[in-house]
Each structure stands twice: as structure tokens, then as C-alpha cells.
Design a protein around this ligand. Structure first.
Ligand code: WQD
Length: 401
């Protein structure tokens, strides 16, 4: 633990062991924070959709990149104070803050999101086997209360405990899903938010809760990051996306197909009758490390030296898109993964998937201008890094599936 005498700033990352869960960059965010050697990461995660092994890998990876003349503080910055902790249990969360005392935690990166929380295990002998992978957007319509409890109620509880312990800085993981079917493409942050699923609505609600909190008390500084589609993995192949069961997302599914983890090797393409160049949906894919770097920029923006916020502003709250600003269709992704893996993908066009929208491509210019955010890594790099992770870890972090 970094004490008050340490120059390291203690930062709590919720969902720290996730990739990004199946879609969240937690472990990559932890890596990027450690790389600065300015932050000491505290991770809380209920491990419903993540594997504690991921944090060990992150710590090893950060240690392996330390310079030969690394100081004791540098070494401390690669250690993670990890807690198995459920955000819906305030006492568990409070115990972590209590361990650091009032003012002991500098800020929070709140990434944990409810998903796969209820998926029944098909093989109890193996802790990682699930009957099937759910998608947050689809799953949330089946178990809305779980999503409202885990995403909204738990976020309110976290914010209350932060206030109790004089911690008033938060970076919140939001989502492009808040835009529903956006009227203009690429999508600016000024677009009205309107979600079609309980998952998307929880994201909008928590954004408003945090904004209202900042408006009520200028001690608070907060940034919401609206993720587009993160992809890829750290180029070392040490950390990556490890969805449980059959992936719901396109890229990890294509990786599982190529590595032989998915039996039926025919991809179902959810419709080609959308108003897009090739009729399949278009998404804005960005490298997960570029997305993770966006979190570091957002966290730094909450600091006293930041010029992101106007000191005279009525509140210190901002929301930013994290995307490349370049849309790619499903078929273009399949082709890119065919090149990266050498796998001969077969696909069939089936009906539309509930909750899909034709195009979610970001206008990233506000984050570029105000945070200095960039997402330079191209699709070929994302696919190459994803495939490198998958071939080195055919069964992800788990020993059995
Ligand atoms: C991409 C495209 C599918 C699987 C994700 C997260 C969501 C949010 C936004 C964070 C879509 C098509 C997919 C398949 C297919 N992120 N597809 N066959 O839907 O953009 O959502 O990013 O909050 O939570 O899930 O990503 O990878 O599921 O789908 O045709 O078997 O691929 O229709 O057009 P999506 P995805």
C-alpha cells in the first residue's frame, strides 16, 4: 500500500481484473496507469466476469518493463492492492477506503459493469464454464434489476463512500450505447442520449448522477468516457480479452473460431440489409491500449494542474467519446481477421440482432482537442495483437473451459 508519505497517488480501479470484462479495458487500464509510475493501483472486482490471474499478469508485465535502475517507488507502482469485492455490498467497498483513510485514495476509475452476472455454470467442477456468453445489451433486457442494482445502485453507493472518505475524482466508463440510433454520423458528444436497453439506460443514468453531483459540489471533478468498440490486446500477448463461454462480441468470437474454441465454425452475420456500404453494421473499433490511454488522460485531467476545466466553471464534469472516428463493417472485420489469422472464415447472413444499430462511429475531436487523446493503432494491429494473445492463451486465463 502506498502510504501518505509515498509520492504515488492511490487510484482505485473497479473491475480491475477484467479485459474490459468481455468488453472493458480494466486490466489494460491498470497497465497504462502503472506505466506512468505515478499511480499505485487498488483493484476491486467481484470476479464474476474477470479472472484474478489477469492482475498478476499485469503486475508481471509492468515489472518486466521497469528500467534497470528502478527505484523502490517504481517497484511499488507495479504492485496491485487487489480486493475481491462486490460493489453492491457497501461494507466491502467501505473497508477498502477505510484501509487508506480519509483522503488516502486520490481518485477512482469506475469500470465495473454488470454482465454475465447470472450466467449459470454448466460444469461446476470448472469455475470458468458458463452455458453461454451474454451481451450486456441483450442480457440486460432479460435481467434488468441485476443491471440497475449493479450499475446504478452500486455506483451511487460508491460515490457516497468516496464522499465519506474525501475522494472527489472519478473517471466513469460509459458507452457509445448511450446514443441509441444517433441522428448524425460521426457522433459528437452533443448528441442527445437515448438508449434502447436497460444496459444503455444504466449508462445514461450514472452519467447524469455524476453530472448532478459535480453540479451540486465543486469539490467533485469527473469525466465520463463513452467507449466505442475496443479490440486487440497488449502486444506481449500477456493480457487480453477472456470472455467466458461463447463470446457475444464479434472480434473475440472470430479469434475463438480461428483457435478452435468454437465448434460451429460458421459465423452468423446479423443481417446485411442495413443502410451501410455493404449492408452490415458499422462500428468504430479502437485498440484497447489506446482506449486505456484515454483513461490516463482523463484521470490526469482531474488533477490540480489540469487546464481541461475552466476554473470559473459552475461544475467540473465532462463527457468524451473514445473512438478512432473510422467506421468498419462486419464484413471488413471478418476480412481483417482472415488476414491476421489465416483462418478461412465461413459465414451466413441471418436476421438482425435485437439492439443493433446501423452505425456507431465516433467524432473523437473533442477528446483529441481537450485531452490530447489519440487512437493511432490501426485495424491490422488490433487483429494482429488479438490473434497473438489468442494463440498464446488458447484458453485465456482459465485452466479449463
Ligand atoms: C459488432 C457488430 C453485430 C457478433 C459492443 C458492446 C457494447 C458496447 C458497444 C460498451 C454488430 C455484429 C456480432 C456475431 C455479428 N460497449 N456481429 N455476428 O454490438 O457494437 O457492442 O460495443 O458498452 O456493450 O457489446 O459489438 O462485437 O457485439 O458487434 O454479425 O456473432 O458485429 O451485429 O453489428 P457491439 P459486437
Amino acid at each position: 500500500m502506498a502510504t501518505h508519505t509515498s509520492p504515488l497517488k492511490n487510484v482505485l480501479v473497479t473491475g480491475g481484473a477484467g479485459y474490459i470484462g468481455a468488453i472493458l479495458p480494466c486490466s489494460h487500464v491498470v497497465y497504462v496507469l502503472q506505466k506512468t509510475r505515478q499511480y499505485k493501483v487498488i483493484s476491486i472486482d467481484n470476479n464474476h466476469n474477470s479472472n484474478p490471474a489477469a492482475l498478476d499478469r499485469v503486475s508481471q508485465l509492468s515489472k518486466s518493463e521497469l528500467p534497470a535502475d528502478a527505484t523502490e517507488i517504481d517497484i511499488q507502482s507495479t504492485e496491485i492492492d487487489s480486493h475481491k469485492c462486490d460493489l453492491t455490498q457497501p461494507d466491502q467497498v467501505r473497508a477498502v477506503f477505510e484501509a487508506y483513510g480519509k483522503g488516502g485514495i486520490w481518485g477512482v476509475v469506475h469500470i465495473a459493469v454488470s454482465s454475465l452476472s447470472h450466467v449459470p455454470k454448466t460444469n461446476t467442477s470448472c469455475p470458468f464454464s458458463f452455458s453461454k456468453a451474454y451481451k450486456a445489451v441483450g442480457e440486460s433486457s432479460e435481467i434488468p434489476l441485476t443491471y440497475y442494482a449493479n450499475n446504478v445502485a452500486a455506483s451511487v453507493s460508491l460515490l457516497q463512500i468516496m464522499a465519506e472518505y474525501d475522494c472527489h475524482r472519478i473517471v466513469y466508463s460509459s458507452s457509445a450505447t448511450v446514443y441509441g440510433t444517433p441522428p448524425i454520423i460521426p457522433i459528437p458528444e452533443t448528441t442527445q442520449m437515448h438508449a434502447y436497453s436497460p444496459y444503455g439506460r444504466t449508462k445514461i443514468m450514472v452519467e447524469h448522477i455524476i453530472e448532478d453531483l459535480c453540479h451540486s459540489d465543486r469539490k467533485w471533478r469527473a469525466v465520463s468516457l463513452r467507449y466505442f468498440n475496443p479490440a486487440g490486446a497488449h502486444p506481449s500477448g500477456q493480457i487480453g480479452e477472456d470472455p467466458r463461454g461463447r463470446p457475444g462480441n464479434l472480434l473475440p468470437l472470430l479469434a475463438h473460431m480461428a483457435v478452435g474454441r468454437v465448434k460451429d465454425a460458421t459465423l452468423k452475420v446479423f443481417a446485411n440489409d442495413y443502410p451501410t456500404p455493404d449492408g452490415t453494421c458499422v462500428r468504430d473499433y479502437l485498440h484497447v491500449l489506446d482506449l486505456a490511454s484515454g483513461h490516463l488522460l482523463a484521470l490526469n485531467a482531474l488533477g490540480p494542474d489540469s487546464n481541461v476545466f475552466d476554473p470559473e466553471a459552475t461544475d467540473f464534469y465532462k463527457a468524451y467519446n473514445l473512438g478512432k472516428g473510422k467506421g468498419m463493417s462486419v464484413l471488413q472485420i471478418v476480412e481483417a481477421m482472415r488476414k491476421a489469422t489465416g483462418f478461412d472464415y465461413k459465414y451466413e447472413i441471418v436476421g438482425r440482432r435485437r439492439g443493433d444499430v446501423p452505425d456507431l462511429t465516433a467524432d473523437p475531436s473533442l477528446a483529441q482537442k481537450e485531452l490530447g487523446f489519440t487512437a493511432p493503432q490501426d485495424l491490422e494491429t488490433m487483429c494482429r495483437d488479438l490473434w497473438n494473445w489468442q494463440t498464446k492463451n488458447p484458453f485465456g486465463y482459465g485452466e479449463c473451459y
